[in-house]
Design a protein around this ligand. Structure first.
Ligand SMILES: [Zn+2]
Length: 217
């Protein structure tokens, strides 16, 4: 879509901490192939990013650069903290979702997302990640997922909708603020349960029960 080509500095972001790095993005585009990936057409999903060399598990495949701040979550928004949404620059915005992705997310020093291999990647393979690895809530994709993986969950959903088992699979490859939000919610829920149980117990027996942690999906 070329968001980084048609940049208008004033567009909706005047006064915010706009990070605009055209020189860096131009350099990044020129260096994409040398860095090990390039934009290609996919069979069914429009454009996609493909590896031009192999990557080992744990290796950084793409380095994230924040193009600009966003004031809300939307289909192309990357969540980079509990409340902050940005648009990445360069080809990272073209990387397609998969429900069995070969890359995960790691926050880099600039606060952007680096893509890190969670599976061995060979030259010619499409680079993919799971949108749920970066966004707690994904409500923007009504259509069926096109990833074609045997583990496809049919709908592209956010972290909050992943089963606990899938969250465990993504450990170390999902953005850290996602588990922070989970933990905050679980603590709040457990607190409410404990308060409720304590109230009932105090009423009925005068004893305070130990609240079990709430099972979360
Ligand atoms: Zn899928």
């Amino acid at each position: 879509m070329g968001q980084w080509k048609s940049r208008s500095p004033a567009r909706g972001t005047a006064g915010s901490s706009l990070i605009s790095l055209p020189a860096e993005l131009t350099r990044q585009r020129a260096g994409d192939v040398n860095r090990g990936y390039e934009l290609r057409r996919t069979d069914t999903k429009g454009a996609g990013v493909f590896a031009t060399r192999s990557f080992q598990v744990g290796e950084t495949v793409m380095v994230g650069v924040i193009d600009r701040e966003l004031d809300h979550n939307h289909a192309h928004a990357s969540q980079v903290s509990e409340k902050r949404f940005v648009l990445h620059g360069g080809l990272i915005t073209k990387v397609n979702h998969s429900c069995e992705p070969n890359c995960g997310i790691r926050l880099n020093a600039s606060g952007a997302h680096d893509f890190v291999a969670r599976q061995p990647i060979t030259a010619g393979q499409e680079i993919t990640f799971d949108y749920a690895m970066r966004n707690y809530s994904v409500e923007h994709f009504a259509a069926h997922c096109q990833c074609g993986s045997p583990r496809c969950r049919d709908r592209i959903t956010g972290w909050k909708d992943l089963p606990a088992e899938r969250k465990a699979d993504y450990r170390g490859f999902a953005a850290p603020y996602l588990t922070d939000i989970d933990n905050q919610r679980a603590t709040k829920q457990a607190g409410q349960v404990a308060a409720g149980q304590a109230g009932i117990a105090a009423q009925q027996t005068g004893q305070i029960l130990n609240a079990e942690p709430v099972a979360t999906e």
